[in-house]
Design a protein around this ligand. Structure first.
Ligand code: DGY
Length: 325
């Protein structure tokens, strides 16, 4: 009889890691992003104990109902806004994620977007390619040196961004639910409105939750300087995108660098794609070979640990684990 626990793999697990997983678990494949409740029949679902998935899998009440034996769902992401955490916790399903291993990669894209916006690098590339340079010089851009970088959210990623900004001689301010002792020497705490008013570049580093959804709207955007840039590498819906598009069109802020949007993948007919003062990326903050490997290693380790009784490295609802112990 096969004693191995059955696990859904709905994430890009590389072959060598898949082999390790297969030694300890029976793997049930679900294509990434597809709903296991639709892909698998009731019999196959009934005995699933674990799952590793991307943020494209909605771990909601309906999926939890469809997977009655589920003990752990391991997100191949640090964000877990795809999970109904209250429902999972109530059903004693442990949720794991991948914090720590992607901080540098996401911070790099944040800094990259800041430089693209301030120095107009994307337009500069098109200017040269089109031959426009032969007819005149590229318009002047703006320094970031000596400017103020505001961070909304000062967690692991925010701190790496703050450290990187020091290399650009930027003054860094932040707002968080509470002052962060680890930010001491890196960034100065300010009230929320002050952050919007004083930042030359304002970068989002908050998770998406019911409280943060659309928490940056018309009012917050109207506090910003007309020369300021907004950067979002966190989650699209933390910003009211319609209000942002209005502000960008009206020029009440200078530009935006967005790695995340309300709708992903972003359709080409989105108004964002038509705005010249926006730089867009395809939710690639953590999308490097090295970082994604570290993330999937951690996600699979979390899954295997949880199923073998070892405390996983990264748990979103550790109270579930503690209750089991
Ligand atoms: C994360 O890890 O949350 C990244 O944004 C990928 O979704």
């Amino acid at each position: 009889m096969n004693q191995k626990p059955k696990v859904i793999v709905s994430a890009p697990v590389p072959p060598d890691l898949r082999e390790q997983l297969a030694e300890r678990c029976e793997i049930v494949e679900v294509p990434t992003g597809q709903n296991p409740a639709e892909v698998l029949g009731a019999d196959a679902r009934a005995t699933i104990e674990g799952m590793v998935c991307t943020v494209r899998t909605k771990v909601d009440q309906a999926l939890l109902d469809a997977l009655p034996a589920l003990k752990v769902s391991s997100n191949f992401a640090v964000g877990f806004d795809n999970v109904d955490l209250a429902a999972a916790t109530q059903r004693k399903v442990l949720i794991c994620n991948t914090p720590g291993v992607l901080d540098g990669a996401v911070a790099d894209v944040t800094i990259g977007l800041m430089l693209c916006l301030s120095r107009n690098l994307v337009a500069g590339d098109a200017f040269v390619r089109s031959g426009a340079w032969t007819k005149g010089a590229f318009p002047l851009t703006r320094d970031i040196r000596g400017k103020t970088l505001g961070l909304l959210g000062m967690g692991r990623i925010g701190r790496v961004v703050a450290r990187a900004a020091q290399a650009f001689d930027m003054k860094v301010i932040y707002h968080n639910r509470r002052e962060d002792p680890q930010a001491e020497g890196l960034a100065t705490y300010v009230e929320r409105d002050e952050l919007f008013k004083s930042s030359d570049v304002l970068s989002m580093h908050i998770p998406l939750s019911a409280e943060t959804r659309h928490s940056i709207g018309k009012r917050e955007l109207s506090l910003m300087k007309p020369t300021a840039y907004l950067i979002n590498t966190a989650r699209g819906p933390v910003i009211d995108e319609a209000a942002l598009i209005d502000a960008l069109r009206a020029g009440t802020i200078a530009g935006a660098g967005l790695d995340v949007m309300e709708q992903e993948p972003l359709p080409a007919d989105s108004p964002l794609c038509a705005l010249p003062n926006v730089v867009l990326q395809a939710h690639v903050g953590s999308a490097t070979h090295e970082t994604r490997r570290a993330m999937i290693d951690l996600a699979v380790a979390n899954l295997m640990d949880a199923l073998s009784g070892k405390t996983p490295q990264a748990m979103v609802n550790p109270e579930v684990w503690q209750a089991r112990a």
